[in-house]
Design a protein around this ligand. Structure first.
Ligand code: URA
Length: 470
């Protein structure tokens, strides 16, 4: 029998929660449910009266669902219910399996909604109008998803003492200083033009503008042009760039840090069910999976020919690699290039990659400071690295530093004792230091000595490759 669940327009988290309780209590499988929202065409089946007890779910599921219900995708409730059904029917740890197609899709949806919330918090602009009953602030905004009610507490908390309205094409919010009312959709023409902007509000936004946007490219990426017409400060940017402290960015960073906890063991088990046949296919899977810890611009994939003489495996991309989307292009990469050249290693015959494919960092002011991946993160990416090397089939695999050793050997090994020829799961290998270690040494003599030792390793690597080729 089919069950038709009708939920409110837009995002209806409460209605969804209630419906889930009723459906789970009656053991209704996902394929017997049709999810409709008010205003959608009439379908078959009956509405379920949902008065059942709460369903015990891992906390992360609730957090994910709160975001996903705001997504525009008409399938959002069906997908979430399928997830909940599977979690309550023997797959308790499902959410930790990042590579499961359903989990991956829901993660992507949650991320899209998260970005939309960030944009609305950061780029919505109020304009002051003198109404008959006094001063009021009105803003126009066009969200991509049904996030209006999800943002209400943010704006009430931020502007509690003002009377304001937020108008959008999907509904409106009205705050009178005490109560919040949700109203109908609005049109842009109902919002005031920029002439009404009050200096005090502009001041508020000036103080909230983030200096990272001093980079015009980053600014355009972070602040898409579609929002500019609402924003008086786009005219004031040169001044803002000189003076702004980082309040909004801190806020965005806090909210962006909504990591969904994963269990690397389970992720690995599920990933091994995927079987990419080409490097391109594998790279697509890695790129689509997204970063384990939010923040990276993109996945940085390996580079070089199939059947390369040597595969150099580093730790994880750094700041430059993250921006350019290529491995070893920053300072450590330049040092590696120079050393390879000196050792007579032909760069065009070499494959270069990393144990971890996404940049992880901590923001210090404007700087993104590299953070070492945890053992769990290395493990998460390990299956991919293994597959990558199996597809590239290099003659020799070189581990650059401790993280690469952990990823390739599957256990931590001291570089000082294991430096030199090695074997990684039956494949010929070599262990040496990471080039960034040479850059970090404070003392010039130590640096010179370390570089000479590194050069000796590279020459040995070259000799091993030549021998294998002979
Ligand atoms: N360090 C690494 O380990 N890899 C890079 O790609 C850059 C720096």
């Amino acid at each position: 029998m089919m069950h038709r669940i009708e939920l409110g327009p837009g995002a209806d988290p409460d209605g969804f929660r209630q419906a889930v309780r009723g459906l789970i209590a009656r053991s209704v499988p996902p394929q017997e449910v049709v999810w409709a929202t008010q205003g959608s065409p009439d379908l078959f089946g009956e509405a379920i009266a949902a008065d059942a007890p709460a369903v015990a779910l891992p906390r992360a599921v609730g957090e994910l669902a709160n975001l996903v219900v705001c997504h525009r995708d008409p399938e959002r409730y069906a997908l979430l219910y399928t997830l909940i059904w599977r979690i309550t029917h023997g797959e308790r740890g499902l959410l930790e399996v990042a590579s499961d197609p359903l989990v991956h899709r829901l993660d992507m949806m949650a991320k899209a909604v998260g970005r939309d919330l960030h944009k609305m918090h950061a780029f919505l602009r109020f304009r002051r109008v003198e109404a008959e009953d006094g001063e009021r602030f009105i803003a126009w905004f066009e969200p991509d998803h049904f996030i209006l009610e999800a943002t209400a507490s943010f704006f009430v908390g931020r502007f509690p003492g003002m009377r304001w309205s937020i108008l959008t094409p999907i509904g409106s919010l009205h705050w009178n200083g005490q109560e919040l009312a949700v109203g109908p959709a609005a049109e842009r023409s109902q919002a005031p033009g920029s002439d009404d902007v009050e200096q005090g509000w502009l001041g508020y936004y000036q103080s909230a503008f983030h200096p990272a946007r001093a980079n015009p490219e980053a600014m355009r990426a972070e602040m898409p042009k579609k929002y500019w017409h609402n924003m008086a400060e786009t005219q004031a940017i040169p001044d803002l760039l000189r003076s702004a402290p980082s309040r909004v960015r801190d806020m965005l960073e806090r909210e962006a840090a909504m990591p969904i906890k994963r269990n690397p063991d389970k992720a690995v088990a599920a990933m091994s069910e995927q079987d990419p046949k080409t490097l391109a296919e594998l790279n697509r899977i890695i790129s689509e999976a997204g970063p384990l810890v939010p923040g990276a611009t993109q996945a940085v994939l390996g580079e070089g020919p199939l059947g390369a003489n040597v595969a150099f495996v580093g730790e994880q991309p750094g700041d430059q690699e993250d921006l350019q989307g290529r491995p070893f292009v920053g300072p450590a990469g330049q040092l590696l290039d120079r050393a390879m050249k000196e050792a007579g290693i032909d760069r065009s015959r070499v494959y270069v990659t990393n144990a971890v494919k996404h940049f992880k960092y901590e923001l210090r002011g404007k700087k993104r400071i590299h953070q070492k991946p945890t053992a769990g993160e290395v493990k998460h990416y390990r299956w991919w690295l293994d597959k990558e090397l199996a597809l590239v089939r290099p003659r020799l695999i070189v581990a650059l530093g401790a993280t690469a050793v952990l990823a390739l050997a599957g256990k931590p090994l001291p570089i000082t004792r294991c430096r030199g020829p090695a074997e990684f799961q039956g494949r010929p290998g070599f262990i040496t230091v990471h080039p960034s270690y040479l850059l970090r040494l404070p003392d010039e003599t130590a640096k010179r000595q370390a570089y000479a030792d590194f050069m000796r390793d590279l020459r040995e690597i070259e000799a091993m490759v030549e021998k294998r080729a002979a």
